[in-house]
Structures are given as C-alpha cells and as structure tokens.
Design a protein. Sequence first.
Length: 199
Amino acid sequence: VYLKRLEIQGFKSFADKTNLEFNPGITLVVGPNGSGKSNIADAIRWVLGEQSVKSLRGGKMEDVIFAGSDKRRPLGMSEVSLTIDNSSGIFPLEFNEVTVTRRLYRSGESDYLINRVPCRLKDVHELFMDTGVGREGFSIIGQGKVDEILSAKPEERRGLLEEAAGIVKYRHRKREAVRKLEDTEASLIRLSDIISELS
Ligand code: ATP
C-alpha cells in the first residue's frame, strides 16, 4: 500500500494547512523534540478511525484539535485527509486514488468521507481491513510498540499475524452475521409469544 499524501489542518500542532507528499521509497521525518513528528503518525492513525484517545496521547478526543499557542487562538475544527494509491486495485473502488477524510468539531460533531463522499466510521474500517493499514495493524509502530509486540501474549501476536494474512475481515463479518442471527432469533421468540397470547 502506497501512501501518497497527507493533508493536515487544525490537528494537534498543525494549525495551518500542511500537505505532506510521500514519494515511493522510504520517508524520514526529522525535527527537534516536540516539533510534531509523532503528531504526523497520530494524524494517520486518527484518519484511519482511531477511537482510543490514549493511543493518540490525549485525554479526550477534543485534544486532537489545535489548542492554540502564544500567537494563535485555538481552532474549532481538525481535518486530516490521507490519499492512498489505488492503481493496483487494492481497494474495490473504481478510482486510482482513494482519499479518506476525518473531521472533528469542538461541538463533538464529526465526519468521515471516502473520496469526499460522507460515510460511516464502519465504512472506513471495512475499507482498510486486511490491507495491512488498519488502525490496529503493524503498519504504524509507535514508540515502545516493538517491546510491546515482543512481549505480547501469543493470542495478541496472533491477532497481528491474522491481520497481515487478511482474515480479519471475515472474522468481523462472521461476528456481525452471528449477532444478526441472534437478534432475529430473539424477534422470533417475541413473535411466537405474541401469537400464543392472541390465539
Ligand atoms: P519527540 O521527538 O519528543 O517525540 P515529536 O517531534 O514527536 O517529539 P510530537 O509529540 O509529535 O513531537 O509533538 C508534540 C507537540 O505537539 C507538543 O509541543 C504539543 O504541545 C503539541 N500539541 C499536541 N497537541 C496539541 C494541540 N491540540 N494543540 C496544539 N499543540 C499540540
């Protein structure tokens, strides 16, 4: 999977609109401590639908919105867009590029878009499931993560391997199908109760 572009505006320390173009190969980000290098990885994780504020190094989700500085007032919205090359057709979409966007307002309102079309968080998750780019995937390895993987329990490590192998999507769909079956069974029981009351 080739990440082509990351556009950040109002996310953490990135108050101004910032466009990062990634060329094929390896990209290094260098800068002094606290200059915002890790915030770039956080932005990628966030746009992929990360819901854990802890893994985004914040206390509440609102903390991802630029909180102001000596010279600038806080912003009301954070927006991140990640563009991925789709010329190999890794995503089942008829586009050569796929852009995922996430927005969050201080009011708590949030939007997800795929190629500028509003969608649900679920759609973003499903799009990335099994591409190896998932928010739980091994593609973003934060500080301390290597130790964590090495000392992970066998079943946690197996989760990583399963995502890499591409079976997480099916496991997820199976869980959803089982849940729907259970709901339907519960409805059937309720219906037969009503029928026996009526007859
Ligand atoms: P290190 O090398 O120490 O890991 P880094 O370059 O990875 O540093 P980051 O952790 O990415 O730095 O950035 C931290 C900076 O981002 C801090 O200066 C912090 O004040 C700023 N920051 C984080 N959240 C916000 C926010 N919501 N609004 C404004 N600035 C923020």
